[in-house]
Write a new protein. Structure first.
Length: 277
């Protein structure tokens, strides 16, 4: 990691904020891929050492996001979905199973919402791939990680949810309130977790900037942020809840993704139909 990233992580440690380490299955999978000496059978064996991750992987790849395909083995998943794409999905699954407190309902609500937004983002990326060149597995990973700093703060500060009024509505915590009360924000923490877990740079930056459409970053970052914001917006619509951020950047998001302003409703109906299938 760059020196500035290491310094930032050390500052978090001083504040008592711990970033989640990569689980053993992910470290082993990364080592196998880095060696270049692997087969589908050996990779499948590594993944299968964690039954929970294996079960969630089959659930995701068998969903509408990946065409409702039926997979009979992990080797088949690796061959048909792709090694890199499967690795990305395993990373996303690992995160949601390693930052949580099973005794707190708020974590369950948070990860359910993150998974739903990730699936919406993957559907949008799949439909827009020829325009945006972002693939479903990349969008899914960004969706799971985009607010992963929130559960870290929930673990560190017991009063976090009540202070930010998130006890019943775990979405879009205020960055200004986080900074005021805790002198840190979940976007920066999420970015550092992504760097710590060695995610692609454009995904790390999309997590850092997911509340805005950064003009200074490469186009791929701006496009991925747009996909995330549209997924969040559609999730609000499906949940019948207000999304104040959309009023500020909605027009730019649609333009970035090549969707006409008067075509939003039809596009929403298309994506939500697949999501709810």
């Amino acid at each position: 990691m760059p020196i500035e990233t290491e310094k930032a992580i050390k500052q978090l440690v001083i504040k008592g904020i711990k970033l989640p380490p990569q689980p053993k299955v992910l470290i082993a999978l990364d080592a196998a891929l880095s060696s270049g000496n692997y087969s589908m059978k050996t990779l499948a064996k590594v993944i299968s050492t964690d039954p929970g991750i294996t079960a969630m992987l089959f659930k995701i790849v068998g969903s509408p996001v990946f065409g409702n395909k039926k997979f009979d083995s992990l080797e088949q998943v690796l061959m048909l979905v792709g090694v890199k794409q499967t690795y990305n999905l395993v990373q996303a699954i690992c995160l949601s199973t390693h930052i949580s407190d099973s005794t707190r309902k708020s974590f369950e609500i948070f990860w359910t919402r993150s998974d739903e937004i990730a699936k919406l983002a993957a559907l949008i990326a799949g439909e827009r791939v020829s325009v945006c060149n972002i693939f479903p597995d990349q969008a899914y990973m960004a969706g799971i990680f985009h607010e992963c700093g929130v559960p870290v703060l929930m673990l560190r500060f017991p009063e976090y949810c009540s202070t930010l009024n998130l006890d019943t509505n775990l979405c879009g915590p205020s960055l200004s309130l986080e900074d005021k009360h805790f002198n840190v924000d979940h976007c920066s923490i999420g970015y550092l977790i992504a760097r710590h877990w060695k995610l692609p740079d454009f995904i790390c930056k999309s997590i850092l900037y997911h509340y805005e459409l950064p003009r200074e970053e490469p186009g791929v970052v701006r496009t991925l942020v747009a996909i995330l914001q549209l997924a969040i917006h559609f999730h609000h619509r499906i949940s019948h809840s207000e999304n104040p951020v959309w009023r500020q950047i909605g027009a730019e998001v649609l333009e970035e993704l090549g969707i006409a302003s008067d075509g939003e409703q039809a596009y929403y109906e298309e994506i939500s139909e697949h999501f709810l299938a």
